[in-house]
Design a protein around this ligand. Structure first.
Ligand code: DSN
Length: 430
C-alpha cells in the first residue's frame, strides 16, 4: 500500500473517531495537516513517533492505579505494574539516576511535588526570573509557587545574556533558600550544573535541575548531565525528549521516598497509565544510537540557524546558542515580537513571542521571539537547510514590519513545498 503524502489528512487513521464524531475528527485531521505543512520552530515542541502516539491511545487509559507498583489501592494491576516498572527502569538507565518517578502529570505538577517534598509554605525558594528565561513554577509571583512560597529571583547579565554566578552566590548566601532551581524556558546556553551545585552546597539548599527543555539533549549526550550535581531533577517528557505530554522526577536514593510521597498521595491521584506507557516507549527510543544522532543534529541545526540569523543582522540573546533554542531580540528591527510571531504564523512558520532579558515591553507584547530546532530536526532537516530557514524568518520579519501579506503568502508556499518533502513522524500512515 502506498503511503499518503505527509500533507494529506489522516482521517483513515482514526476510523472510529471519524464515524462517531466527524466534527472532532475533522479538527484532528486539520491539526495533522497543520503540523505537516508548517515549519514548527517552538523549541518546547516536537513530533513524537508513531509508536509513542499509539502507546498514548491504548486501553491503559481505562485503569486506575493509585499507588506505586506492588503497592496499589486498586486490584487488576498485573500489567500496569509492569508498564510502570519498565518506564522507571528505562528512566534510571537512560539518565543514570538512583530513582525515577514517572507519574507527574506534567512539568508544573512535577515541580510542585518538589516543593511539597522539601519545603513548607512561606519558605524562601530561588529560581531564575521568568522574564530572564526562568519558569513560572520556579517561585515566580503569579504562580502558586510564588504565592505560597517566598520567591527570590536571579537573572542574566545585561551585557552578556549569561548567568552571573557571583550574583547568584550572593543572593543564595543572603537568602539561604530551601530550594534553588536551575534551568528554564528561554535559555540558549549550556547550564553549568556544577557551579549551581557548589552554590547550593554553600547555602544549604536543595538543588533542583529543571531540564525540561534539554532532557533529550542530555539523554543523547549533546548537553552535560546534571546527575552528579543536582539533588533532584525535574523534566517534562515531551520536549527534546520526544515523548508524550508528561513528566518525571529523578533523584538520588536518599530523596526517593520524599519524592514519591509528594507525588502520590501528596499531590496527585491516579497516574495516567497510557502516558506512562508512552514515556516508556520514548525512553526506549532515546536509548537507541539514532537518538544520539538526533540530539547532536538538533544542536548543530540550532548553531547553523543562529549563524545564519546573525549574518542577517539579527540580535540574538547571549550572541548565539549552545543548545536547541535561540532567543531573538527584534528591537533593532523595529518589529515587536508579537507582530512578528503572528506574521510568521501566517507564513507557515510557527514560533512564540517571548520576553528578552531586561525587556522594556510587557510579557503579552514583548520584544522577542523564541525559536528552536527539535521539530525540524525530527523531520530530517539538516544544517544545509538552515540558511533557507533564516532567510524565511528575515523576509517574514521584514514583511511583518511592512504589513506585506503577499510576501508572507509567498513564504508560506515555499515552506509548504519544502516541508512536503520531509514527512512528519507519527503523521504518515504506516
Ligand atoms: N511552556 C513551556 C515552554 O514552552 O517552554 C515551559 O513549560
Amino acid at each position: 500500500m502506498t503511503q499518503p503524502p505527509a500533507h494529506q489528512p489522516a482521517a483513515h487513521q482514526h476510523p472510529a473517531l471519524a464515524a462517531a464524531d466527524p466534527e472532532l475528527a475533522a479538527l484532528v485531521g486539520a491539526e495533522e495537516r497543520l503540523q505537516a505543512d508548517t515549519l514548527r520552530l517552538i523549541p518546547s515542541e516536537n513530533y513524537v513517533s508513531a509508536a509513542v502516539l499509539e502507546a498514548s491511545g491504548t486501553v491503559l487509559q481505562n485503569k486506575y492505579s493509585e499507588g506505586y507498583p506492588g503497592r496499589r489501592y486498586y486490584e487488576g494491576q498485573q500489567n500496569i505494574d509492569q508498564v510502570e516498572r519498565l518506564a522507571v527502569a528505562r528512566a534510571k538507565a537512560l539518565f543514570g539516576t538512583d530513582h525515577a518517578n514517572v507519574q507527574p502529570y506534567s512539568g508544573s505538577p512535577a515541580n510542585l511535588a518538589v516543593y511539597l517534598a522539601f519545603a513548607e509554605p512561606g519558605d524562601t525558594v530561588m529560581g531564575m526570573a521568568l522574564p530572564m528565561g526562568g519558569h513560572l513554577t520556579h517561585g515566580w509571583g503569579v504562580s502558586a509557587t510564588g504565592r505560597w512560597f517566598r520567591g527570590v529571583q536571579y537573572g542574566v547579565r545585561e551585557d552578556t545574556g549569561l548567568v552571573d554566578f557571583d550574583a547568584v552566590r550572593e543572593l543564595a548566601l543572603k537568602e539561604r533558600p530551601k530550594l534553588i532551581f536551575c534551568g528554564g524556558t528561554a535559555l540558549p546556553r549550556t547550564i553549568d550544573f556544577a557551579a549551581f551545585a557548589e552554590i547550593a552546597r554553600e547555602a544549604g539548599s536543595v538543588l533542583v535541575a529543571d531540564i525540561a527543555h534539554i532532557a533529550g539533549l542530555i539523554a543523547g549526550g549533546a548537553h552535560p548531565s546534571p546527575v552528579p550535581h543536582a539533588d533532584v531533577i525535574s523534566t517534562t517528557t515531551h520536549k527534546t525528549l520526544r515523548g508524550p505530554r508528561g513528566a518525571m522526577l529523578l533523584a538520588r536514593e536518599e530523596h526517593a521516598k520524599a519524592i514519591d510521597k509528594a507525588v502520590f498521595p501528596g499531590l496527585q491521584g491516579g497516574p495516567h497509565n497510557q502516558t506512562t506507557a508512552a514515556i516508556a516507549v520514548a525512553l526506549h527510543e532515546a536509548a537507541q544510537p539514532s537518538f544520539r544522532d538526533y540530539a547532536h543534529a538538533v544542536v548543530a541545526n540550532a548553531r547553523a540557524l543562529a549563524d545564519a540569523l546573525l549574518a542577517r543582522g539579527f540580535d540574538l540573546v547571549s550572541g548565539g546558542t549552545d543548545n536547541h533554542l535561540i532567543l531573538m531580540d527584534l528591537t533593532p528591527k523595529n518589529v515587536p515580537g508579537k507582530i512578528a510571531a503572528k506574521a510568521l504564523d501566517r507564513a507557515g512558520i510557527v514560533v512564540n513571542y517571548n520576553t528578552v532579558p531586561y525587556d522594556p515591553r510587557k510579557p503579552f507584547d514583548p520584544s522577542g521571539i523564541r525559536i528552536g530546532t527539535p521539530s525540524l530536526t525530527s523531520r530530517g532537516l539538516t544544517t544545509a537547510h538552515m540558511d533557507t530557514v533564516a532567510e524565511w524568518i528575515d523576509r517574514g520579519v521584514r514583511a511583518a514590519g511592512a504589513g506585506d501579506e503577499d510576501a508572507l503568502l509567498k513564504i508560506r508556499g515555499e515552506v509548504g513545498e519544502l516541508m512536503g518533502a520531509f514527512p512528519a513522524p507519527g503523521l504518515t500512515a504506516t
